[in-house]
Design a protein around this ligand. Structure first.
Ligand SMILES: NC(=O)c1ccc[n+]([C@@H]2O[C@H](COP(=O)([O-])OP(=O)(O)OC[C@H]3O[C@@H](n4cnc5c(N)ncnc54)[C@H](O)[C@@H]3O)[C@@H](O)[C@H]2O)c1
Length: 253
């Protein structure tokens, strides 16, 4: 049986934890060589070691996605090691829980730098490389249900995810003529360290968050990873500019 991402090179930001980690493992399982990008060295190295133990290819680059020079260097390191870049998964992001009246300005700027700036930088440098190769590519941006609907107390995060949707659609239209596809996956509440923090801030539980959804459960990182796998693979070859909802029905209500 052939693997879905055989001979492909995929770079995943925020690949050390949560949804990003599941994406790295899944792409590696399906034959991709995986470049794990994370600001946290410990989780990034652990993710790499876990993948290497399965016999797949992976390496880790410590990188803050909001830093332009580091992003440029991470793309260069990918090409130096694997010779090419076929897929980028822009997954790294942070959240910020505060009413608009109370948002700390520095925290707002940091969120914009990571959640929007990081996606922009990897699009810019990654697409330059894909264009040089001339073989197209597939980019998946991890947005959120917050990319299409509003939620109280996470307005800055919601704004940033709407921006990710805008980047997805804009670049899909702009770069389609080069065979570069750009799609977004919009997870709903998914069991990771990020949602545990959100539940704590809201003084609620994961079970209670799940009970509000049509499927009556929160999602798992693997649910998101399987959608990303399809979008990175050639099986989604006629799909670009799309939003794939992996949200338990959250936005259908
Ligand atoms: N968990 C959810 O319920 C949920 C819902 C909707 C969307 N999402 C989105 O899914 C993605 C992954 O979320 P998660 O829940 O796995 O989060 P997480 O906090 O569990 O993991 C995020 C990873 O990104 C890394 N990271 C943070 N800032 C970084 C930076 N500046 N540079 C490089 N790496 C950085 C962290 O070290 C961590 O490994 C995010 O884009 C998030 O907005 C999550």
């Amino acid at each position: 049986m052939s693997l879905m991402c055989e001979n492909k090179v995929a770079l995943v930001t925020g690949g050390g934890s949560g949804i990003g980690l599941a994406i790295c493992r899944t792409l590696a399982r399906e034959g991709a060589s995986v470049v794990i990008i994370d600001v946290d060295k410990e989780v990034g190295e652990a993710a790499r070691d876990g993948i290497l133990q399965t016999g797949a290819n992976a390496f880790f680059v410590q990188c803050d996605v909001s830093d332009a020079q580091s992003v440029k260097a991470a793309v260069a390191a990918t090409v130096e090691s694997y010779g090419r870049l076929d897929s980028i998964v822009n997954n790294a992001a942070i959240s910020l829980h505060a009413e608009i009246t109370d948002i700390d300005d520095a925290a707002f700027d940091r969120l914009v730098g990571i959640n929007i700036g990081g996606v922009y930088l990897f699009l810019k440098h990654g697409i330059r490389q894909m264009r040089k190769q001339g073989t197209g590519g597939s980019i998946v941006n991890i947005a959120s249900v917050g990319g299409v609907v509003g939620t109280p107390l996470v307005t800055a995060y919601t704004m940033s995810k709407h921006a990710v949707v805008g980047l997805t659609r804009g670049i899909a239209v702009e770069q389609g003529c080069h065979g570069i596809r750009v799609n977004a996956v919009c997870p709903g509440p998914t069991h990771t360290p990020m949602i545990e923090g959100y539940a704590r801030d809201k003084n609620t539980t994961l079970e209670a968050l799940g009970a509000e959804l049509p499927l009556r459960k929160i999602g798992q990182p693997q649910d998101v990873a399987e959608a990303v796998l399809w979008l990175c693979s050639d099986k989604s070859g006629n799909t670009t500019g799309s939003l794939v909802m992996v949200d338990g029905g959250y936005t259908a209500q």
